[in-house]
Design a protein around this ligand. Structure first.
Ligand SMILES: NC(=O)c1ccc[n+]([C@@H]2O[C@H](COP(=O)([O-])OP(=O)(O)OC[C@H]3O[C@@H](n4cnc5c(N)ncnc54)[C@H](O)[C@@H]3O)[C@@H](O)[C@H]2O)c1
Length: 475
């Protein structure tokens, strides 16, 4: 293998371009994207320009990129959920090792097929369960491992999806329909289920789940609401899902920044809310403010190929899927779901996922015989509190929110670093594909339970795949 790992990117969308591309640009001695496969011409050319990829290594599809001989050491696969199976299996057959975005695939059969194909072809496969690679969740794991909490009794984990993120991804966007993507408990929470298995260090025994699509339905539409936000909506001043407020004014993003523990973010967020005109004027001299007033990242980059241009954003809302009234979309995935589970040693726990939160983030409580761990992992503030039951003392660990930090609290860069290191030096990654499969089995078991109103014995699901006996090796 060459000194610097060479990579072929499948899909230069939000994740390929926005999450993993920047790692290669920041670490050119570790990994270079030398080829890209992307049907969208603007995205393909933009990625090629940033990574200095010659025209003959730019392809319109992953299929085209696999014609002929191998052109890179590895594939980074950031295509949409339903494309993972065919593209991954073909790439393994063509001799590529792979970093594959989560979920492994949208269906259980395909998820198992992918992991087995990698093993049969002798290819290395790592799934982007990026949260394991954050300082925050590594610290939670350390508290569980070092016995600080005593005997673990129960946990309660919440994935609080902000109401505007819910509207963007799961009502108007790519993950709105089961037919087009995956069940929301898989799409959003395979990370969380993966963390829980990793924390507890044992397989779940039984799973029960409840949930539905409660709010984003036509019967809940306000009187007189038009099909599109831009068509003169009577509740545009009060509706939390008013698209121009989300994408053009960026109110939720500014609000999130105004709540940050990082003082620069806090000032930038609150000033841009209080004085948008003045902020725009002074932004020319102050880079963090300019980043905000000329913001080109997610979710703007998803709705337009020209995300800093207000006219293009408005046109996207007038004509595209992201300007639709949330009550008149073709969505069918849930907006709230609860999963209850128990483990071999008798530990019990719940995972609650919902899309009606004031802020984006995860909250976690783990109660042990010696101490309780209360934690929050969000865009604004991340901390862990350890409440000792005997001394009644509270230890507080704050995790800084920094400008340099990559997405997912540093996890996006963390997994790239781990992947590069495994490819160059070998050894065991923080998460192996077989381990990742366990969280997917749990998500599909939860869906089965919710749909058929029954408790699922996990051994039924595990019988479908021979789980590697080393699966709990990381305990
Ligand atoms: N790890 C995480 O936390 C995380 C977060 C968000 C999304 N994801 C996952 O990442 C994956 C990508 O999500 P995204 O938000 O970047 O989606 P996206 O739609 O922005 O990007 C997918 C890209 O694939 C391209 N594509 C379509 N057909 C192709 C083909 N034949 N060959 C090559 N490329 C093709 C599309 O044009 C698009 O640009 C999904 O599986 C998603 O569920 C993971």
């Amino acid at each position: 293998m060459t000194e610097t790992l060479t990579a072929l990117l499948f899909g230069a969308g939000a994740r390929g371009e926005g999450a993993y591309g920047p790692y290669a640009l920041a670490n050119p001695d570790q990994i270079n994207f030398v080829a890209v496969a992307e049907p969208n011409q603007v995205r393909r050319e933009d990625f090629a320009r940033k990574h200095a990829i010659p025209a003959d290594l730019c392809f319109e599809s992953w299929e085209d990129a696999l014609v002929g001989s191998k052109i890179a050491d590895v594939v980074v696969n950031c295509t949409q959920d339903q494309m993972h199976a065919e593209s991954s299996i073909a790439a393994f057959q063509a001799g590529y090792d792979m970093l594959l975005e989560k979920p492994i695939a949208h269906s259980l059969d395909d998820s198992i097929r992918i992991v087995k194909a990698a093993e049969e072809q002798g290819r290395y496969l790592q799934i982007c369960h990026v949260l394991r690679y954050t300082d925050f969740f590594q610290r939670v794991k350390q508290f569980l491992q070092d016995g600080t909490l005593g005997q673990i009794i129960t946990f309660s984990h919440r994935e609080n999806v902000s109401s505007w993120h819910m509207a963007h991804s799961y009502v108007r966007g790519n993950w709105r329909q089961l037919e087009l993507s995956s069940p929301m408990i898989l799409a959003k929470c395979c990370h969380d289920l993966d963390l829980l298995v990793w924390f507890i260090g044992e397989p779940a025994v039984n799973i029960s789940s409840y949930g539905s699509l409660r709010h984003f339905r036509s019967e809940n539409a306000p009187a007189g609401a038009p099909q599109r936000c831009t068509d003169g909506c009577p509740v545009e001043d009060t509706c939390p899902f008013f698209a121009p407020s989300i994408y053009i004014d960026m109110t939720p993003l500014k609000y999130a920044l105004s709540q940050s523990t990082n003082p620069i973010f806090r000032i930038a967020g609150s000033q841009s809310m209080k004085n948008p005109g003045l902020t725009k004027a002074v932004a020319k001299m102050i880079p963090p403010l300019r980043e905000l007033t000329e913001y080109q990242g997610w979710p703007r980059s998803v709705i337009s190929d020209d995300p800093a241009n207000e006219a293009s954003l408005l046109q996207a809302l007038q004509e595209g899927p992201y300007g639709r009234c949330v009550y008149y979309c073709d969505n069918d995935v849930v907006d709230h779901q609860v999963v209850a589970m128990d483990f071999e040693s008798g530990i019990t726990g719940t995972l609650t996922m919902h899309g009606h939160s004031q802020e984006e983030g995860r909250t976690l409580r783990i109660d042990g015989s010696q101490a309780s761990l209360l934690a929050k992992f969000s865009l604004n503030r991340s901390y862990i509190e350890i409440h000792d039951h005997r001394s009644m003392q509270v230890e507080l660990i704050e995790f800084p929110i920094t400008i340099e930090q990559s997405g997912h609290g540093g996890g996006d860069f963390g997994i790239m670093a781990d992947f590069v290191s495994r490819m160059k030096k070998g050894g065991k990654p923080v998460s192996r594909a077989r381990e990742s499969l366990e969280s997917h089995l749990m998500a599909f078991a939860a869906e089965d339970s919710r749909n058929h109103q029954r408790m699922v014995d996990m051994s039924e699901f595990r019988a479908m795949v021979e789980i590697d006996p080393e699966i709990m090796e990381a305990k």
